[in-house]
Every structure is written in structure tokens, then in C-alpha cells.
Design a protein around this ligand. Structure first.
Ligand code: NDP
Length: 314
């Protein structure tokens, strides 16, 4: 169901129980397709895609992400190169490492884990990565290519959202898409991707007025704010497709001693109204690493003059 305008609001709850978009299952399928392609690259061309991940500092959450990325990279049959640097690594040393990775033929993707320590200029480091190996899609050249529709490396989280939306909706032409959040990592690239799908796109942010009225117009709602449960079900258009990118950790004391992850959308009330919705956890999150692997394979193909795999790139 796309719009839902014809539904009698009184019968809405009885009729609308959202389809749960299972990001874990979709990510498993995506990683299996990546692994198949890796096997083909190895057998037909003697190529092994390689991903280098650079972590500066000892942030526990970042360490978990980096370990998980390394494990999933190896599981897909690719090479993983992990560079764990102390928090006081000078910017010059980091730039020198990026240059070495740019020149290393075994490395096809480079990811510098954010956030970087304050003494490092993150933009300078990200722009030092070769655009061809920029699997996070944060290099200014890839940002420009995405904006002008020129086959860019696309940031992993919005790419994962796009894959989920295409799988669920197919053709999105003419749909109203509202994106909450205008970050370079999620909101802005998501807007570019949905524009390219011929959606009518609105980006909302902290200064947006009448947010509830805006959200109620959305056939597609992407919430990427970082505020637990800020979108109640009452804001959601009946039948809308809701992607909840937010990852918010509720403090232990509010949750009976156990931390709990929730999204930016109040899942219980939104699921009564939406046509489809991603849960948190288990929705958009798992797609991010799957898309990182897909981007690495695509980079390996392009660097070696081969066509990137269909369906794993925008
Ligand atoms: P940022 O903090 O960079 O951006 C948040 C955006 O939300 C900003 O544009 C901000 O507006 C906007 N915002 C803040 N308050 C409001 C409000 N009351 N109403 C409307 N908009 C508001 O966050 P990110 O984009 O990096 O991440 C967003 C969320 O997504 C976080 O929870 C993060 O953890 C999660 N995330 C999940 C990923 C995944 O793999 N699933 C990957 C990346 C992020 P303004 O610009 O005006 O300040």
C-alpha cells in the first residue's frame, strides 16, 4: 500500500499492521551475494577485494564496529587490514598511512572510523583517501558525483536504506519522501538517492517548523536524528514506509538495569499505522556493513576495469 488516504481513520488500526522490514535477513542475503561475487572475482580474475579499516583511539563502541567489520569482511572471502592507532597519533602519521593504503594494490577500500580525535582534521583525512577507494563515500568528489548523478561511491547507511526501499516498494516515482536529519553521513546523501528515484524530497532538521504536519505527508519517512522515539505513530501517514535509522541507547537506570537500543520512531504506535517499518535493532543497522562490503567489491571491480555487480550498487 502506498498512500492510504482512502482508509477510514476509525478502521485504521484494525487494517494497518505494518510489515516489518527485516534488515538482518536482507543484510544476510546481500552479504551472500557479495560473497558469490568475491568467489567469481577470485576464480575468473585472480582478484581478492581488500578492505582497510583505520581506527584512531580506544573508543569501545568504535572498537566493536571495527572488529565486526573485519569479521564480516573475512566471512565474505575478502581480505581485511586493520590499523589500530593510539589516540595521540599525529595527523601527519595518519595522512601518511592513508597515502600508503592509497598506493597498496591489495587494498581496494579504505575506511577511517569516525569520530577522529579533536587534534585531527577529519575532513582533511577523508579527502586524502583516493576517491576510487573511498568506500564510505565521504570524499568531496564522491559527494559531488552523487549530487550530479555520476556513478559515485555512496555512503553505506543511505545505500542500505535505498536497497530496503527498492526491495519493498519497487518504483518510487512521485512518492513524497521526508527525511529527518541533514547530516553528510545520512540525511543529505539519502535525499540525493531518493531524488534520483524520482521522489519529491523534503529534508527536515532542528529548525524545521510544523514537523508533525510535514511528516504526515510522507509516503516514505527516513528518520535519522538521534532522539529516542521522537516520531509518534500519530505523525505517520497511514500506509507509509518508515525507515528508522536512529540508534539510541536508553540508559540502564531507565530500563531496569539493562541498556536498550531504540530508534527515532516510536515503534509500537508507528507500526499500527505504517505500511512497513524497520525495527531498531535489526533494521537499517545490519545493512550498513553489508553495503560497506558491497562498496568494497564495487571498488575492486572499477579499479580493475570490471563492471561492478548489478543490484549491489545504486
Ligand atoms: P547528526 O547528529 O549528524 O544529525 C542529526 C540531524 O538531526 C541534524 O540534521 C539535526 O538538525 C537533526 N535534528 C536534531 N534534532 C531535531 C529535531 N528535534 N527535529 C528535527 N531534526 C532534528 O546524526 P547522524 O546523521 O550521524 O545520525 C543520526 C542517527 O542515526 C543517530 O541516532 C545515529 O546513531 C544513527 N546512525 C545509524 C547508522 C546505522 O548504521 N544504522 C549510521 C549512522 C547514523 P540540525 O542539522 O539542524 O542540527
Amino acid at each position: 500500500m502506498r498512500g492510504g488516504e482512502d482508509i477510514d481513520p476509525g478502521r485504521r488500526n484494525a487494517l494497518m499492521t505494518a510489515k516489518i522490514l527485516d534488515g538482518r535477513a536482507f543484510a544476510d542475503t546481500t552479504r551472500a551475494r557479495v560473497a558469490e561475487h568475491v568467489t567469481r572475482l577470485r576464480n575468473d580474475h585472480g582478484l581478492v577485494p581488500g578492505l582497510a579499516v583505520v581506527l584512531v583511539g580506544e573508543d569501545p563502541a568504535s572498537q566493536v564496529y571495527v572488529r565486526s567489520k573485519g569479521r564480516k569482511t573475512r566471512e565474505a572471502g575478502m581480505e581485511s587490514f586493520e590499523h589500530l592507532l593510539p589516540a595521540d597519533t599525529p595527523e601527519g602519521d595518519l595522512l601518511a598511512l592513508v597515502e600508503r593504503l592509497n598506493a597498496d594494490p591489495a587494498v581496494h577500500g579504505i575506511l577511517v572510523q569516525l569520530p577522529l580525535p579533536d587534534h585531527v582534521d577529519a575532513a582533511r583525512v577523508l579527502d586524502a583517501i583516493s576517491p576510487a577507494k573511498d568506500v564510505d563515500g565521504f570524499h568531496v568528489l564522491n559527494v559531488g558525483r552523487l549530487g550530479t548523478g555520476q556513478g559515485a561511491m555512496v555512503p553505506c547507511t543511505p545505500l542500505g536504506c535505498l536497497m530496503l526501499l527498492r526491495d519493498h516498494l519497487g518504483d518510487m516515482s512521485g512518492l513524497d519522501a521526508v527525511i529527518l536529519g541533514r547530516s553528510n553521513i545520512v540525511g543529505k546523501p539519502m535525499a540525493q538517492l531518493l531524488l534520483a528515484e524520482n521522489c519529491t524530497v523534503t529534508i527536515a532538521h532542528s529548525r524545521t517548523r510544523d514537523l508533525d504536519a510535514l511528516v504526515r505527508r510522507a509516503d516514505i519517512l527516513v528518520a535519522a536524528v538521534g532522539r529516542p522515539g521522537m516520531v509518534p505513530g500519530g505523525w505517520v501517514k497511514p500506509g507509509a514506509t518508515v525507515l528508522d535509522v536512529g540508534i539510541n541507547r536508553l540508559p540502564a537506570e531507565e530500563e531496569g538495569g539493562k541498556t536498550r537500543l531504540v530508534g527515532d520512531v516510536d515503534f509500537a504506535s508507528a507500526a499500527e499505522v505504517a505500511g512497513a517499518i524497520t525495527p531498531v535493532p535489526g533494521g537499517v543497522g545490519p545493512m550498513t556493513i553489508a553495503c560497506l562490503l558491497a562498496n568494497t567489491v564495487a571498488a575492486c571491480c572499477r579499479i580493475n576495469g570490471l563492471r561492478p555487480p548489478e543490484g549491489l550498487t545504486p
